[in-house]
Ligand binder design. Structure first.
Ligand code: ADP
Ligand code: ZN
Length: 710
C-alpha cells in the first residue's frame, strides 16, 4: 500500500525542492480545500508552485490563465523539464496545433493547460465543457483591474468563470496590487469567502544602489566595468528611450561585451530573437526599454541597471525584481540625473492622469535622494515595515550624515533671486561657481553680487544640494517655464534667516571600483567551488542545447551552485540538492555524478566514500529499475539484488513483492528444508535444478531470515 501523497512530497518529487517557502504550504492547503484564493507575492517569490503542486494532486486539469504568450511557453517548457504533462493554447497557434492540445485534454493526458484569456473565452462553452477541470489559476491577476498598472480588457470577462463553474476553486496571483486593486480582483472574479495571502515583498538578495548625477561618459565607463567584472553573468540595462537602448548597446559592443537591444520600435520577430538569445545565454546583456521583461522568466539574471530614473516606484521595483529570481545574490544600480526628471516631466505632461503620475515621480525622486535605508523606503511604499536596516543598500553600506546647510541654501537662493528666478539648474550652478561661459557674460550674470559665491563646491556637489533643496520644497521647478527654478515660500524663510535647515552630507565622489573576483587558487574550497560551477555550467549548456531549452530550465543557477558546493559523488547526495526532482535526477544525475567524479580526480580532490546500500535505496525510491541502478552505478545486477535483500533485513524496504513472487519463495523454502542449507547458494541452486537464479535465491533467503524461518 502506498501512503497518501502530500504536497511536500510532490514538491520534492516533481520540483526538487526540499521545503516550501513562506505561505506556499498554507496557500496550497487552502486551494486543496476548494477555497478561492488571492495571492500577492513579489516577482520571484514562488507563485507558480502554489498552483502547480495542487495541479499534481487533483484528479483533473488545472487551467492557468496568463496574458503573456512568451511566458506561457517558458513555463510549459520548465514543467516538461520536470516530467510534468503541460501544454499551452494561445493565439500564436494554428488550428491543428490547438486541436492536438484539446485532444490531449480529452484523453486526460495533461495536468496543466496554460491558456490566454481570449482563447479561454472563445472555447469555454465548446471544447472546454467536455474536460474535467479541477482548478483555475489566474496569473497576473492585477490585469483585471483598471486600478492596476496593466489593465487588460480581456481579463474583465473572467468574471464568467465563477458563474459557469461555481464549484471549481480559483487561485488568482499577482506581484503588484494595492488595496483597491486587491478588492477589485476579488469582486470581479466573484470570489466567495476567499483566502487572501500577502507575502513579504522584501527581496533581500537584491542589493540596491542609487547614483546621482554621473556624467554620461563616466556612466558608460562605470557600466562597462560593472558588466565586465561579472564574467559569465547576465543582466538587463533599462533606458528611458529607444535611442538610449541602442546607444548604450553600441558602447557595450564596442567594449567587447556581448550585448543586444530591445524596444517596442523593433519588428516583433527581431524582438523575439533578442529575447530568445538572452534567455539562452547567447546574449549577456540586454539594453531595453521597459517593454522588455514582462514576458521573461529567466531565473539567473544577475544584475539590473537603470540607466535613467524610472517613472515610478512600482515600475522600478518590478524591473529590479527581474534579477535574482533564483534567490542568489544579485545587484541593482539606478543612475539618476536631473535630465531624466526633465524628460519624464515631459512624458507626464503628454499623458492622462497627470497629477497622479507627477506624484509618483516625486516619490521615486524622494527615494533616490533619501539618506535612509533604501529598502525601508521601498517596503514602506508597499505598506510593509522593515524594522532593521537592510545592510544591502548603498545608504546602509555608506551611511549619510546631516549638517547645518543653511549657509549653502542661502547662497543658492540669493543667487537665484538675483537672477530673477529665470535660470535652470546648470546656469545657476555656473553662476554660483563663477564661470565665465559666454552665455553668462553676455547675460551680465557675472556682475551680480553672488557671482562666484559658491566656488568652494564642485559642480556635482551643487547639483546634489540643489536636488535636495528641490525635494525638500525649498526651491521649485517651473516645468511650464522652461524648467527654471523658483524660490518657494518655505525657501524664503530660510533665505531671510528665519529658519535653519539640515542637508545630507555628500560622500566624497569616489570613482566606481568594479568588484574584482579573486584569482582562482586550487587549495581554496570557495575557489574550487567556483571552478567546478563554471565546469558544470558547460555540461548544463550541452544538455540545454540538445534539448533546445534555456540552460536554467535544466538546473537553475542556485541548484548548480549548490551542486558545485556539495560536490556530490552519489545519487543519494545529489537528490538532496534543491531543485533536483526525480525526473531530472533520472535524466541528468548520472552524467553530473560522472563529471564531478572525474573533475575531482583531475583536481586532486579526494571524493568521499559512497554508502553503497544507501545509494541503491535512494535509487529504488526514486523509481529506478534494478537494471538502471546497475547501469548507473556500474555494478552487477546481482549485487543490487543482494543490496535489496540487506535493505529488507534492515527494515529499510517494506516488501520484497516487486522483486520476487510467493511461488519462488516457496520453492526456496522447500529447498532449504530439504537440504538444511541456509547460507551457501550453490547447493540450493543445484537442488533447484538451476531453475531459480542466484539472485532470487538470495532474496528468498533474506525473506526467510527476516520472517524468522531460518
Ligand atoms: P513568481 O512567479 O512568483 O515570480 P516563480 O514561481 O517563477 O516566481 O518562482 C521563482 C523561483 O523560485 C523559481 O526558480 C522557482 O522554481 C523557485 N522556487 C519556488 N518555490 C520554491 C521552493 N519552495 N524552494 C526553492 N525554490 C523555489
Ligand atoms: Zn539598507
Amino acid at each position: 500500500m502506498q501512503a497518501t501523497i502530500n504536497p511536500q512530497d510532490i514538491l520534492k518529487k516533481h520540483f526538487g525542492y526540499e521545503q516550501f517557502r513562506p505561505l506556499q504550504a498554507q496557500i496550497i492547503e487552502g486551494v486543496l480545500n476548494n477555497r478561492d484564493t488571492l495571492v500577492l507575492m513579489p516577482t520571484g517569490g514562488g507563485k507558480s508552485v502554489c498552483f502547480q503542486v495542487p495541479a499534481m494532486l487533483l484528479p483533473g486539469i488545472t487551467l492557468v490563465i496568463s496574458p503573456l504568450i512568451a511566458l506561457m511557453k517558458d513555463q510549459v517548457e520548465a514543467l516538461r523539464a520536470n516530467g510534468i504533462k503541460a501544454a499551452f493554447l494561445n493565439s500564436s497557434m494554428d488550428n491543428n496545433e490547438a486541436e492536438a492540445v484539446v485532444r490531449l485534454c480529452h484523453q486526460n493526458e495533461l495536468k496543466l493547460l496554460y491558456i490566454s484569456p481570449e482563447r479561454l473565452i472563445s472555447i469555454i462553452d465548446g471544447l472546454l465543457s467536455k474536460i474535467q477541470i479541477s482548478l483555475i489559476a489566474i496569473d497576473e491577476a492585477h490585469c483585471i483591474s483598471q486600478w492596476g498598472h496593466d489593465f487588460r480588457p480581456e481579463y474583465t470577462k473572467l468574471g464568467m468563470l465563477k458563474a459557469k463553474w461555481p464549484d471549481i476553486p480559483i487561485i488568482a496571483l499577482t506581484a503588484t496590487a494595492d488595496k483597491i486593486t486587491r478588492k477589485d480582483i476579488i469582486t470581479q472574479l466573484g470570489f466567495v469567502e476567499p483566502n487572501v495571502f500577502v507575502a513579504s515583498f522584501d527581496r533581500p538578495n537584491l542589493s540596491l544602489e542609487v547614483k546621482f548625477g554621473v556624467k554620461k561618459k563616466k556612466k558608460v565607463e562605470e557600466i562597462i566595468h560593472f558588466v565586465k567584472a561579472r564574467k559569465n553573468e547576465s543582466g538587463i540595462i533599462y533606458c528611458l528611450s529607444r535611442a538610449g537602448t541602442e546607444e548604450i548597446c553600441a558602447e557595450l559592443v564596442h567594449a567587447g561585451i556581448n550585448a543586444g537591444f530591445y524596444h517596442a520600435g523593433m519588428a516583433s520577430d527581431q524582438r523575439s530573437k533578442v529575447q530568445e538569445d538572452f534567455i539562452n545565454d547567447r546574449l549577456k546583456v540586454i539594453c531595453a526599454t521597459i517593454a522588455f521583461g514582462m514576458g521573461i522568466d529567466k531565473s539567473n539574471v544577475r544584475f539590473v541597471i537603470h540607466n535613467n530614473l524610472p517613472k515610478n516606484i512600482e515600475g522600478y521595483y518590478q524591473e529590479i525584481g527581474r534579477a535574482g529570481r533564483d534567490g542568489l545574490p544579485s545587484d541593482t544600480v539606478l543612475y539618476y540625473g536631473i535630465g531624466d526628471v526633465i524628460m519624464l516631466r515631459r512624458f507626464i505632461d503628454e499623458s492622462g492622469q497627470k497629477e497622479l503620475n507627477l506624484e509618483k515621480l516625486n516619490r521615486i525622486q524622494q527615494f533616490s535622494e533619501a539618506g535612509i535605508c533604501r529598502r525601508k523606503i521601498l517596503l514602506a511604499y508597499f505598506g510593509e515595515t522593515l524594522t532593521e536596516n537592510c545592510n544591502n543598500c548603498d545608504v546602509c553600506k555608506n551611511p549619510r550624515m546631516n549638517f547645518d546647510g543653511t549657509l549653502i541654501i542661502q547662497k543658492a537662493l540669493s543667487a537665484l533671486t538675483r537672477l530673477e528666478e529665470k535660470v535652470g539648474f546648470n546656469m545657476l550652478i555656473d553662476v554660483l561657481r563663477g564661470s565665465h561661459k559666454k552665455e553668462i557674460v553676455e547675460a551680465g550674470f557675472d556682475k551680480i553680487k553672488t557671482f562666484g559665491a559658491g566656488k568652494d563646491l564642485g559642480f556635482y556637489d551643487w547639483q546634489q544640494y540643489l536636488l535636495q533643496m528641490l525635494n525638500l520644497g525649498i526651491i521649485e521647478m517651473a516645468y511650464d517655464e522652461a524648467y527654471t527654478l523658483k524660490v518657494s515660500d518655505f525657501g524664503k524663510e530660510i533665505l531671510f534667516g528665519k529658519k535653519h535647515m539640515h542637508l545630507v552630507a555628500l560622500e566624497p565622489f569616489t570613482p566606481y571600483k568594479p568588484v574584482v573576483k579573486r584569482e582562482l587558487q586550487f587549495d581554496n574550497t570557495a575557489d574550487l567551488t567556483d571552478k567546478l560551477f563554471d565546469y558544470l555550467r558547460g555540461i548544463r549548456k550541452e544538455f540545454a542545447e540538445t534539448e533546445n531549452v534555456p540552460a536554467y530550465v535544466i538546473f537553475s543557477d542556485a541548484t548548480l551552485k549548490e551542486i558545485a558546493q556539495r560536490k556530490p559523488v552519489a545519487i543519494s547526495d545529489l537528490i538532496h540538492i534543491n531543485g533536483v526532482g526525480e525526473y531530472k535526477l533520472h535524466k541528468y544525475g548520472n552524467r553530473f555524478i560522472k563529471e564531478i567524479k572525474s573533475w575531482l580526480k583531475q583536481n586532486d580532490v579526494k571524493a568521499p566514500k559512497v554508502d553503497t546500500y544507501k545509494e541503491t535505496l535512494t535509487l529504488l525510491n526514486a523509481g529506478y529499475s534494478i537494471e538502471e541502478i546497475a547501469e548507473t552505478r556500474q555494478i552487477q545486477v546481482n549485487s543490487i539484488y543482494s543490496h535489496i535483500g540487506q535493505l529488507y533485513k534492515q527494515n529499510l524496504i517494506d516488501s520484497l513483492d516487486p522483486y520476487i513472487n510467493a511461488a519462488e519463495i516457496d520453492r526456496v523454502r522447500n529447498a532449504v528444508k530439504e537440504t538444511g542449507e541456509t547460507k551457501t547458494l550453490t547447493p540450493l541452486f543445484v537442488h533447484l535444478r538451476e531453475e531459480v537464479p542466484f539472485t532470487m535465491i538470495r532474496l528468498a533467503l533474506s525473506y526467510l531470515e527476516k520472517a524468522g524461518e531460518i
